[in-house]
Design a protein. Structure first.
Length: 364
C-alpha cells in the first residue's frame, strides 16, 4: 500500500498561514480546553514529559562530541492530542546559541505528524515558525484570561524572536493596548525591535534602557531572554495587579511567589520535568515553585493551570488584588495542534510537495 506525506518548507508554511495570529490564538485556546479535560498524552511513563533531551558533558576526550554550553542541546518532544485534532507528532530540534554568529537561528526545528491509527507519517514540516508562534500565542492566551480588558501597557524584556510573536498575540487579545516598552541588554536590539514590530502592529514602541523602566507601570510584563542572562525583577517595580509572564529564566525576590497568584501551563509537566532534569534547564521560576511545593511553603491548591482558566473562562479563580506570575514551559500538543491546522490548510490550498515513503513496503 502506497504511503505519502506532505513536505512543507518555511515558505510553504507562511503561504499556508502559520503567521495567522488570530487563528493561532483560537487554536491554542482550544488546546488548553482539551488539556484541561485530559484528552492528551505527552512522552514518558507519566505521559506528561516536556521532552527527551541529550545532555552534553562539561568536558570530553572525544574531539567531535558536543560539550555543555548555553542553549546547547538536542531534544525530541512527542505527544498525542485528542478532541477535534486526534493527531500524534514529534518535534525534533537542535540548539546552539553560537548559531547566530553564522546567520542561523539559535534553534533549528522540524515537526512530523502521524496518522493515529496506522502510525504513517502524514507531514514533515519546517517548525521554527510553528514553535515561535505557539510559544508567543500561549502568552496572549494567558493575558486574555488573566488581565482586565482595560489593560493598556506592556513591558517586553528581551528583543528576540519569542517576544515578536508574544507581542503579536498580546496585540491580538488586548483591545486597549497603547504602550509597549522594550528592554534588552543591547539597546540597539531594543531599538530595532521597536522599529520592526511597531510597523507591524501599528503602535509606537518605546525602547528603554533599564529593566526597572520596562517593568514599572506595566499591566503585563513578558520575559524571553536567551543565554546566561537571567534578569532579576524586584517586587517594588511591579504594578499592583500586574501579570508577569516568563518564557525563559527569570529571578524574583524572596517572598514574591507566596504573595502572588501562580499560574502554570501544566503543573504535572513541570513536576515531571523537574524530576528528570534536576534544575539544569527549567526556568528558574518554575524550579523555585516546585522546590517550594516539596518543602511545603507553597500548597498545590494555590497553583492554577491555565487550562482551568480557559475552560471555565472565570477570572474570579484568581485573587484580583494580587500580582500574577505565569510560567509556561511549552507543550508539544501546542506544536502538534498548530502544525496540524497548517497541514490541513496546505492540503486544501495545494501547497507543499508530496513525498512517497514507498509504493509498497519492500519487506511485508
Amino acid at each position: 500500500m502506497k504511503t505519502e506525506l506532505l513536505y512543507l518548507n518555511e515558505a510553504d508554511m507562511i503561504k499556508a498561514g502559520v503567521l495567522d495570529m488570530k487563528k493561532c490564538v483560537e487554536t491554542i485556546e482550544e488546546v488548553f480546553r482539551i488539556v484541561d479535560k485530559g484528552d492528551y498524552i505527552m512522552g514518558g511513563p507519566g505521559q506528561n514529559e516536556h521532552g527527551s533531551m541529550l545532555h552534553f558533558p562539561e568536558t570530553t576526550i572525544f574531539p567531535n562530541m558536543p560539550i555543555k554550553g548555553p542553549d546547547r542541546r538536542f531534544m525530541a518532544m512527542l505527544g498525542y492530542l485528542g478532541g477535534e485534532f486526534n493527531i500524534t507528532g514529534v518535534k525534533w530540534y537542535g540548539s546552539n546559541i553560537d548559531n547566530v554568529k553564522t546567520g542561523l537561528p539559535r534553534s533549528v526545528l522540524v515537526l512530523v505528524l502521524n496518522n493515529v491509527v496506522t502510525g504513517e507519517p502524514i507531514a514533515f514540516m519546517s517548525a521554527n515558525l510553528v514553535s515561535s508562534m505557539r510559544t508567543g500565542t500561549v502568552i496572549g492566551v494567558a493575558a486574555k484570561h488573566l488581565l482586565n480588558t482595560d489593560s493598556e501597557t506592556v513591558g517586553i524584556i528581551g528583543a528576540g524572536v519569542i517576544n515578536r510573536s508574544s507581542l503579536m498575540s498580546l496585540h491580538e487579545v488586548m483591545p486597549n493596548l497603547k504602550t509597549v516598552k522594550v528592554y534588552d541588554l543591547f539597546l540597539t536590539k531594543a531599538e530595532e525591535f521597536c522599529s520592526k514590530m511597531g510597523s507591524k502592529i501599528g503602535l509606537n514602541l518605546k525602547p528603554v534602557d533599564s529593566l526597572e523602566e520596562a517593568v514599572k507601570n506595566s499591566d503585563f510584563v513578558h520575559v524571553a531572554v536567551s543565554g546566561g542572562n537571567v534578569p532579576l525583577i524586584r517586587t517594588k517595580w511591579i504594578k499592583e495587579g500586574a501579570v508577569i509572564g516568563t518564557s525563559s529564566a527569570c529571578r524574583f525576590e524572596e517572598g514574591f511567589f507566596n504573595g502572588s497568584n501562580i499560574v502554570l501551563d501544566n503543573l504535572k509537566m513541570h513536576e515531571s520535568w523537574h524530576e528528570i532534569d534536576k534544575n539544569n534547564h527549567l526556568p528558574i521560576a518554575s524550579s523555585e515553585i516546585i522546590n517550594k511545593l516539596k518543602e511545603g511553603s507553597i500548597k498545590k491548591e494555590s497553583i492554577i493551570d491555565l487550562g482551568s482558566l480557559v475552560a471555565q473562562n472565570n477570572k474570579n479563580l484568581l485573587n484580583q488584588k494580587k500580582n500574577t506570575i505565569f510560567i509556561p514551559d511549552g507543550m508539544i500538543v501546542e506544536d502538534i495542534a498548530w502544525g496540524y491546522v497548517i497541514y490541513k490548510n496546505a492540503m486544501k490550498l495545494g501547497i507543499g510537495q508530496k513525498l512517497t515513503l514507498w509504493d509498497k513496503p519492500f519487506w511485508f
